[in-house]
Design a protein. Structure first.
Lengths: 231, 287
């Protein structure tokens, strides 16, 4: 291994994750304490509600499922390998993950087209929004590329990425698991750290203030109490 | 977006500084025997005969210590320099260049050579290597190996199944993984049972070594895996199945189907839902 790539690996897979996570926690809390009302996705639904659906719904369902899959493989890698020990189950898992990743890509591209093409939405889109959207698009597209070029990611995430991430969490970093991985996999990981780093500065903070009770509470109708006309 | 305050910017700048400051190499101590087992036994034995590389029993008597250290630290550089003994070794190993190991230093090479010298003195070294059977493999061996390859039969020490990263030509379905090479012809590439068995006893690639160092493949599992890979190699060819294309089509088709489901599930989205809710809540509409 030459020393340049060795130092690059140390930088991107050791320094960057710690800086990203520390910034994430520190700035997220600081922003919540000092500017609570900026915790929002800054919805643009009222400005345009036709194209909005094709960005919002596929993106969120897609990204939530794919992200949940990554977290599960990180938390319980041995159980994921057990699930994958039957090839049919492995194919079902990988096929489903690919379906939701493509949905996320479709949704994100639709959202970007809407932001670029609708004048009112363009006005409320900042440069940092575009940076965030570009990083998210890169993340989803490299994820799909990795899934297709280097199957079966659910298995080798459990054996290579998961032990590396746990080693970071235990403050005993072991980069040997991931330094030999292909370039597009490494770029996918580095881009994930960049997203975590940017998280507290962007509208991504809305993830932390999801109104979860909306999922189970009954629909509410707001009705004005006023006498009927002419009474 | 517009919420990036002065304090947040300060924090970001501070951490970018930290970001640039960190990144030095992390030294990790290693036990020499474990180092040899992890990095050397897939190509070398001590007293067990030649594999891809030479038998290292008594290697100190075949070359100067200083030469051996320089070769272990950077074999390619010695070959590039045209060193006659390095070129002879290259020829004997049929052109396979010994890899340069991550973090290899002169001190680590010295420790390995001390270990080899001590093991060479023994009647039977612990690194004599796996002595695999010469008998013809049975159908049961091949089927057992296929089960281990696919993960249907888990590896005893908890190692992952081959299919996660490798494919072979008879797997069917969506075929195997492609992070690592297609193993249909690995039996030919490694030139037979002995080398393949030695390789499996301590997989030495940078990707596999950290995974299998704590979950080695048991010797009684190596025999059926070798049997399966020997059977794969017969008849030649690699995995040319349409598995990857089918996988992509499943993804695209499934995503298309989900978009239709979303459209149907929210089919009322452009009409007013309020009227229906008001009628229901006042008991004048449909439940």
């Amino acid at each position: 291994m030459n020393s340049a790539s060795h130092y690059l690996d140390q930088f991107f897979f050791l320094a960057l994750p710690y800086v990203a996570f520390f910034t994430f926690f520190f700035v997220t809390i600081e922003r919540y304490r000092n500017r609570k009302f900026t915790y929002s996705s800054l919805s643009s639904q009222f400005l345009e509600n036709q194209q909005h659906f094709w960005g919002l719904v596929p993106l969120h369902y897609g990204i939530l499922v794919v992200l949940a899959g990554h977290i599960v493989a990180f938390l319980i890698p041995r159980e994921v390998l057990w699930w994958n020990s039957k090839p049919l189950r492995l194919y079902i898992l990988e096929g489903s993950a690919l379906v939701f990743a493509i949905l996320a890509a479709v949704g994100l591209i639709a959202a970007m087209i809407r932001r670029a093409s609708v004048a009112k939405i363009r006005r409320v889109t900042t440069p940092l929004d575009w940076v965030l959207l570009a990083l998210l698009l890169y993340q989803i597209l490299t994820g799909i590329e990795v899934a297709i070029r280097y199957p079966w990611g659910s298995s080798w995430f459990a054996t290579s990425a998961s032990p590396y991430l746990w080693s970071l969490l235990r403050f005993s970093p072991d980069l040997s698991y991931i330094t030999p991985l292909p370039g597009s996999v490494k770029l996918h990981i580095v881009n994930a750290y960049l997203l975590i780093l940017l998280f507290p500065f962007t509208r991504l903070v809305h993830i932390l203030v999801i109104p979860n009770p909306y999922l189970w509470r009954k629909p509410q109708v707001v009705r004005w109490y006023r006498p009927p006309a002419g009474a | 977006m517009n919420a990036v305050g002065r304090r947040e910017r300060g924090v970001l700048v501070a951490f970018l500084g930290l970001f640039l400051w960190t990144g030095g190499p992390v030294a990790r101590g290693q036990d020499t025997a474990a180092d040899f087992r992890q990095n050397c036994v897939s190509c070398h034995t001590i007293g067990g005969g030649r594999l891809t590389g030479p038998d290292l029993k008594g290697v100190s008597g075949r070359a100067e210590r200083d030469w051996l250290v320089r070769f272990i630290v950077n074999p390619q550089a010695m070959i590039d320099r045209g060193d006659p003994y390095a070129l002879k070794l290259l020829q004997e190993s049929r052109g396979v260049v010994m890899p340069q190991f991550s973090g290899m230093s002169a001190a680590r090479a010295q420790a390995l050579l001390d270990l080899i010298a001590a093991e060479s003195e023994l009647e039977e070294s612990q690194f004599k290597g796996l002595q695999i059977t010469d008998r013809p493999f049975t159908t049961a061996d091949v089927q057992g190996g296929r089960g281990l390859f696919m993960g249907v039969q888990p590896l005893r020490n908890g190692g992952p199944a081959c299919i996660g990263c490798h494919t072979a030509k008879d797997l069917g379905g969506l075929s195997g993984g492609r992070l690592g090479p297609d193993l249909s012809r690995v039996f030919e590439r490694l030139e037979g049972r002995k080398n393949l068995a030695a390789w499996l006893s301590a997989p030495a690639t940078a990707t596999m070594a950290p995974i299998f160092k704590n979950h080695p493949i048991a010797s009684e599992e190596i025999v059926p895996i070798v049997a399966y890979l020997e059977a794969q190699a017969s008849g030649g060819g690699e995995d040319m199945s349409a598995g990857p294309l089918i996988f992509l089509l499943i993804g695209l088709g499934g995503a298309g189907l989900m978009l239709v489901v979303f459209d149907l599930a929210w089919r009322m989205r452009f009409r007013t839902v309020r009227k229906q809710l008001v009628l229901t809540s006042t008991g004048r509409g449909e439940e």
